[in-house]
Write a protein that binds this ligand. Structure first.
Ligand code: SAM
Length: 314
């Protein structure tokens, strides 16, 4: 069994740490916690890695990586830097959205041969807007053990500091890249009562906020969590038009990685939308869609656009 060499120099992190980096692993192997899912072969460990601060790699994640016969990584160069920062070097296999299907059988064969395999993505939890779904699905279908090594996830980290209701939330991942499709997706979410959670990159955060402001108006509270656990971590809240104004005024606030959260619809809006959809379904049997949507909106109080969006999504 391979052990973490531990104690190596962390060097220059490829993430910008919030705090000066401290060595998080004492020299020698990390302490072992006897847990059946953390040791042994024939297990695919799905391992969460830091979203910014290297110290967020858990001791068990480090142990599983140290003991893995094979590390499946979204970008092997990226993961190589993480491993090097922790004093590790492991055999790696690239597994990303373009080759995942082709790699699945190779990985399953290694697992069946008794090897221990780790799956990581570039940052955060694999499969959460990241590769890994096909591999995990195939491993489970083949009766192989798949075990999580939980840890950082940008959506959960953002929700934990947003101050928006988090008892129920709807994770929507990335919105479509084109404005028309994005607005349509947002309109379909107008009646959603749970807190909405989106991922967004620096290229599109401003236009995404502008579209959200156009669709949701100024009545909803929204929060953007930027560069979590990194040097320029910022959490901004306000109405959507206020957030648009803040980002327009300060281009630095458009840089980095973002989680956008929008307060869910009030309970009565959800009820109005459902009632509007019901009326619309009846009326459109007898009237043109535009006329049916107009009347259904008037009778129910639901926004006409939302009725259209709900129907076109059917
Ligand atoms: N699997 C990852 C997870 O568990 O969070 C998400 C991967 S997804 C490809 C990358 C997106 O996650 C970024 O575009 C951004 O929306 C969000 N993200 C990742 N790191 C972040 C951070 N430090 N702060 C804010 N958002 C982040």
């Amino acid at each position: 069994m391979r052990r973490c060499r531990g104690g190596g120099s962390i060097g220059r992190p490829f993430w910008t740490p919030l705090q000066p980096q401290r060595r998080c692993v004492p020299a020698g192997p990390p302490p072992r916690t006897p847990h059946p899912a953390s040791i042994g072969a024939l297990i695919l460990h799905v391992i969460a890695t830091p979203i910014g601060n290297l110290d967020d790699l858990s001791p068990r994640a480090l142990q599983c990586l140290a003991e893995a016969d094979l590390v499946c990584a979204e970008d092997t160069r990226h993961t190589q830097q993480l491993l090097a920062a922790k004093g590790l070097k492991r055999p790696m296999l690239a597994l990303h959205e373009h080759n995942e299907s082709a790699q699945v059988e190779t990985v399953l064969a290694r697992l069946r041969a008794g090897e221990s395999v780790a799956l990581v993505s570039d940052a955060g939890t694999p499969l959460i807007s990241d590769p890994g779904f096909r591999l995990v699905q195939a491993a489970r279908a083949a009766g192989l053990k798949v075990s999580p090594v939980p840890g950082p996830c940008a959506a959960i980290a953002a929700l934990s500091v947003a101050g928006l209701p988090s008892d129920r939330f709807a994770f929507e991942g990335f919105l479509p890249a084109k404005s028309g499709a994005r607005r349509e997706r947002l309109q379909g979410l107008l009646g959603e009562p749970r807190t909405l959670v989106f991922y967004e990159s620096s290229h599109r955060i401003l236009e995404c906020l502008e579209d959200a402001a156009a669709v949701f108006g100024d009545a909803r509270r929204a929060v953007i969590a930027r560069e979590l656990t990194k040097l320029f971590e910022t959490v901004l809240d306000g109405s959507l038009p206020q957030l648009v104004a803040t980002l327009r005024a300060d281009p630095n606030q458009q840089r980095g990685e973002f989680v956008l959260m929008i307060e869910g619809a009030p309970a009565d809006a959800d009820a109005a939308l459902r009632e509007g959809q019901r009326i619309f379904a009846v009326l459109r049997e007898h009237l043109p869609a535009s006329k049916a949507a107009k009347l259904a909106a008037e009778l129910s109080g639901a926004p006409r656009k939302a009725l259209y969006a709900a129907v076109s999504a059917e």
